[in-house]
Design a protein around this ligand. Structure first.
Ligand SMILES: Cc1ncc(COP(=O)(O)O)c(C=O)c1O
Length: 404
């Protein structure tokens, strides 16, 4: 383009102004987001980190890295991060004691991991000509009933206790009723909460197994999927927690942007390779030269790289240390709230969510707290230090005094 013509000069000036306006708007937006990050207390993410300075907006992040298809089958294109993806999966498989028999992939988040677990159960029982009955507790994440609708599964919802844990008597009653109307007994796909969203409650896989054996439900007619979006990388480090896969769990979904701490949403789905093979047949796609074993086709290879990087950087010891600190800080917050006689404070053992009576709207807005049914919570993540907890409690006390 020549700049000699007056109209070209005019349009060049427009371009410069448009660019400047866009940059100014982004700068304002960034400033606002940085401010929000300082009081990000309600959701299970760490709002800021510097991973991208290593993974690089001008380096790896500028490349089109697409992990289309199965992590173990590279495909025709070579721009992907499947070797890193497999190492991240191997790390988590090892944590869960299934390093000798596992399959999985990097998902877009916990929701997709749950969808895959439920999809696999449907295909597994479907292949035997028995559409399964899907069982989940009332305090399950909203992705669970949504996924059940997407997959058109028949469902039963099980009541919970006040803390959000599945009521095992209610489970037993539901299964007995099912048997009365469905004497041949359907395959069961059971969703197990390893940390409910609002209270962090854990459904006990051993208690579920007890119920199933009390009513003689055949083992081969049960698949259990664990929704461990937040606690998936805390649970294995807590002494005394039963190994999930040794106790009948068949698959697990974990979010990568929650406890692991990737800056962008992602997740991990893991199952036993042997089971996966039984549920799904051949999915070879000549066009991409790989197996279409995942839900989306193209998958973001950069996310797998980020996940690999955080797991590599922290390792088992780093994650265990962070888990311990977050749980101790959650106990500290609980203690502070109890000392000020704040109402309805509770914290399920060995996790990092503190629940309390819904505070003022100003507190909810400032600290971005989720609230439902008259309660709110803080998820004590790695960035919520004791001094930030002190500041939060000071603000809460002031808001109570103002309300008096
Ligand atoms: C228990 C539970 N399951 C699933 C999800 C969904 O995870 P994601 O937001 O990664 O899709 C969440 C998110 O908060 C959750 O708490």
């Amino acid at each position: 383009m020549s700049l000699d013509q007056p109209e070209d000069l005019e349009s060049a000036k427009d371009d410069i102004e448009r660019l400047a306006e866009a940059e100014i708007r982004l700068a304002h937006f960034q400033a606002e987001q940085i401010r929000y990050a300082t009081t990000y207390f309600g959701y299970p993410e760490v709002p800021v980190n510097n991973d991208l300075s290593t993974l690089g907006v001008s380096g790896l992040a500028r490349l089109h890295l697409n992990n289309a298809g199965d992590p173990w089958v590279h495909g025709s294109a070579q721009m992907h991060t499947k070797e890193f993806e497999r190492e991240a999966l191997a790390f988590v498989a090892d944590l869960y004691g299934i390093a000798d028999d596992y399959w999985g992939y990097t998902t877009s988040g916990g929701t997709e991991g749950n969808l895959y677990g439920m999809y696999m159960a449907r295909e597994y029982f479907g292949a035997k000509g028995e559409p399964p009955l899907f069982i989940y507790s009332a305090s399950s994440h909203y992705s669970i009933p949504k996924n059940a609708r997407l997959l058109q599964l028949s469902t039963r919802t099980i009541e919970c206790d006040l803390a959000g844990e599945m009521n095992y008597n209610a489970l037993k009653e539901t299964l007995k009723e099912t048997e009365a109307t469905w004497p041949e007994r359907p395959g069961l796909a059971i969703s197990l909460n390893i940390g409910t969203t609002m209270t962090g409650a854990i459904d006990q896989v051993i208690r579920i197994n007890d119920v199933l054996s009390e009513i003689d439900w055949p083992q081969e007619k049960v698949l259990i999927h664990a929704d461990a979006a937040l606690l998936g990388l805390i649970y294995p480090f807590i002494e005394g927690n039963p190994n999930l896969f040794e106790n009948g769990v068949n698959s697990i979904a974990v979010s990568g942007h929650k406890f692991a701490g990737t800056i962008h949403p992602c997740g991990i789905f893991l199952t036993k390779k042997s089971l996966h093979g039984q549920a799904f047949g051949d999915h070879w796609i000549p066009y991409v030269g790989t197996e279409d074993t995942t839900i989306s086709g193209s998958r973001n290879g950069f996310l797998a790289l980020n996940l690999w990087y955080v797991l590599r950087k922290k390792g088992r010891h780093g994650l265990a240390r962070e888990a311990k600190t977050c749980i101790e800080n959650a106990e500290y917050l609980t203690k502070q709230l109890n000392e000020m006689n704040y109402p309805e404070v509770s914290m399920a053992p060995n996790q990092n969510i503190v629940v309390f009576q819904k505070p003022s709207d100003a507190m909810i807005n400032k600290y971005q707290l989720p609230a439902e049914g008259g309660i709110a919570h803080v998820v004590v993540m790695q960035h919520i230090t004791r001094s930030r907890i002190d500041g939060f409690c000071r603000n809460l006390r002031e808001s109570l005094e103002q309300a008096d």
